[in-house]
Design a protein around this ligand. Structure first.
Ligand SMILES: *Cc1c(COP(=O)(O)O)cnc(C)c1O
Length: 297
């Protein structure tokens, strides 16, 4: 399938708030593909392979990066796909859902109640033969795809690897492919999501089961202090941080994930001499939910 890894670059960054004794760089997964952006491609990769010729069934909200990426990836792969969308069909589809429809995704709107039980629902009678990808691409196949991320550039000299965390799938892939001397830090964008500790551990066990003696895990930690009020909650402080970061680095961030990651990074302390790798997981399509004059890019 046509995504071109050569689009991804490792970019050194020197924002004004970066301490002199720290180096930082960003791995720009956002540059991978205009529609299958960032980490979502890596989470989909083995899932699409496992699907064979079956149609894809997956889940998300009206602004979901995962829905956008799945629709685009299925179009490229020539696979039919269905998106189970949380909530009533709105009069006006969000830009994310419009894009999904353009890419050929069949949308099925379900009540919040039905959506809450999606993982324990038997979808087979409604959608026979569908290959189910959980919300956010959150499964072992998704995490395994994310093991590729750190080999997209020479990342071996970094002491810390920082990534935004929603489901923790990407983080599990990073943890199981980082070097033992690297600390993997996940910046959680949901409020009070303490369950993630166990979810990431469960994904790691799933990967270990598949990989046997080849499996290793780097040290890792979850940071819960920078959700900024909760999932998809923004503030004028976050917006001006993102705008300022763009002015200084020309790197666009999204308000849901990478904005909070970099903001959290700017507030975190690291030992002198640390070399920090930030993973830009993409997701910039989510910014289209803001009014056009909010961001300066
Ligand atoms: C979905 C998403 C994440 C979260 O990834 P998980 O694997 O669910 O933790 C992070 N950043 C961006 C930009 C995303 O779209």
């Amino acid at each position: 399938m046509e995504v071109d890894y050569r689009n991804i670059i490792l970019q050194n960054i020197t924002p004004s708030w970066l301490p002199d004794n720290i180096q930082a760089a960003m791995l720009r997964l956002d540059l991978l593909h205009p529609e299958i952006s960032g980490n979502k491609w890596f989470k989909l990769k083995y899932n699409l392979e496992a699907a064979g010729k079956r149609r894809i069934l997956t889940f998300g909200g009206a602004y979901s990066n995962h829905i956008a990426a799945t629709a685009a990836a299925c179009e490229l792969a020539g696979l039919p796909c269905i998106g189970i969308i949380r909530g009533e069909r709105p009069l006006q589809l969000s830009h994310t859902l419009q894009l999904a429809v353009e890419k050929g995704m069949q949308l099925e709107f379900v009540s919040r109640e039905v959506y809450r039980h999606k993982d324990s629902t038997n979808w087979t009678p409604l959608f026979p033969d569908a290959y189910i990808i959980p919300e956010g691409g959150n499964n072992v196949a998704g995490a395994r795809g994310c093991q590729e991320i750190l080999s997209l550039a020479d990342t071996s000299a970094f002491t810390h690897i920082l990534c935004a965390v929603g489901t923790g799938t990407t983080l599990a892939g990073l943890i199981s492919s980082a070097q033992p001397h690297q600390l993997v830090q996940g910046y959680v964008v949901l409020k009070g999501a303490t369950y993630l500790q166990e979810e990431v551990a469960a994904l790691l066990r799933g990967i270990a089961d598949l990989q046997g003696s080849v499996f290793h895990a780097a040290p890792w930690t979850l940071i819960h202090d920078f959700h900024g009020g909760g999932y998809a909650k923004t503030s004028s402080g976050l917006i001006s941080f993102i705008n300022h970061f763009y002015q200084e680095t020309r790197i666009p961030l999204d308000v849901v994930y990478t904005g909070k990651l970099v903001w959290g990074f700017s507030q975190s302390a690291f030992p002198a001499g640390s070399k920090i790798l930030l993973i830009h997981t993409g997701g910039l399509q989510g910014n289209l939910s803001l009014s056009p004059d909010v961001l300066n890019f």
